[in-house]
Design a protein around this ligand. Structure first.
Ligand code: BTN
Length: 334
């Protein structure tokens, strides 16, 4: 943890009453002059830090930007996810950056954010629009000791964690569309792109790429997406603190990843199922060239979807594109 992260954490803990200069110096282990320098740097980044002889120091406002030290200061200590956080102003795709780190043997838990992506990717080869500074575009490197067959559990865990973080930070009621889209009021607000590198009997690494539409207005979406996509800001009627949401998501991810590794997938699957808008419905799933019709019944222990076909067979589907049967149109964006 860096000094700036410690300063921001101390200021946040002090809240509105502020913290005396001497106490802050002591807490972060800096002499007053050095502390002053750090505070100036933070102010230069847009952190509004008030100071006065009686007041000490008080953090009035944080800028709307992602800053690794700030994210660390908000996140605090986690088991795995977020112990290393890197922020890029622009990159092709954060999944690409993390893939390079994975090949360079970087430890699991590293998280890469970008304020903008020039080649954001969605599932099934689609593009993912990443409006600069408006959303959260990030990827996490994991090295779970799991058989490749159950790696889907990690994606289910990520969707559950993401939905929970959105629920607690916004009081909205997100729904999960199998396998891992987050919908609000039937429109997509977030998606997950999991990429796996595995050998026959073991997972080498998993990259979980998460995109959340946070502060876009309708004008930020191209016309063809306006009916299909929604930002959290649009859904709740007011903008959201992106860094706060980012820290909340990482915290929940850390919890749920630990649950998967402990073998606690059943409880996670229950939580996932309770929020899933796909289960219990008649759906059509496009798996490559094949269209499979049936009723979505439940998740199996590996995280795959169990579909009851009209002939009564149970099909196990581990990836694909779902359309609800009652909607006749096929949504290209989903
Ligand atoms: C989907 O719903 O199709 C998945 C969208 C995933 C988007 C995120 S944004 C961060 C990460 N980098 C990418 O290129 N894609 C994922």
């Amino acid at each position: 943890v860096t000094t700036d992260a410690e300063i921001l954490r101390a200021l946040r803990t002090a809240g509105d009453s502020g913290i005396a200069g001497g106490d802050l110096s002591q807490e972060v282990g800096l002499r007053p002059r050095a502390l002053h320098k750090h505070l100036e740097t933070l102010r230069g980044l847009g952190y509004d830090i008030e100071s006065g002889p009686h007041l000490g120091y008080r953090l009035r406002r944080s800028p709307d930007l992602l800053h690794a030290d700030d994210l660390h200061s908000r996140l605090g200590k986690t088991r795995t996810i977020g112990r290393d956080i890197r922020v890029f102003q622009e990159t092709t795709s954060t999944n690409d950056v993390v893939e390079k780190l994975a090949r360079d043997q970087v430890k699991e838990g590293v998280v890469v954010f970008a304020e903008a992506q020039t080649r954001g990717r969605g599932r099934l080869g689609r593009k993912w629009l990443s409006a600069p500074g408006k959303g959260l575009w990030f990827s996490v490197l994991l090295r779970p000791r799991l058989q490749p067959e159950v790696a889907t559990q990690v994606t289910i865990a990520a969707a559950t964690a993401l939905a929970r973080a959105i629920r607690t930070e916004t009081e909205l009621r997100p729904e999960i569309k199998w396998p891992n889209d987050i919908l609000i009021g039937g429109r997509k607000a977030a998606g997950i792109l999991t990429e796996l590198s595995a050998e026959l009997d073991s997972v080498k690494y998993v990259i979980v790429g998460i995109g959340v539409d946070v502060n876009q207005t309708p004008a930020d979406f191209p016309p063809e997406l306006r009916k299909l996509a929604v930002s959290l800001r649009m859904a709740r009627g007011q903008p959201l603190d992106r860094a706060g949401l980012a820290a909340a998501i990482l915290r929940q991810l850390d919890e749920d990843y630990a649950r998967v590794l402990r073998g606690g997938f059943d409880a996670l699957a229950d939580e996932w199922e309770a929020q899933c808008s796909t289960l219990g419905h008649d759906v059509v799933i496009q798996v490559g060239p094949r269209k499979i019709r049936g009723r979505a019944e439940s998740l199996d222990p590996s995280g795959a979807l169990l579909l009851r076909t009209p002939h009564g067979h149970l099909e196990r589907i581990s990836g694909g594109d779902v359309t609800l049967e009652r909607h006749e149109t096929h949504d290209p964006a989903f």
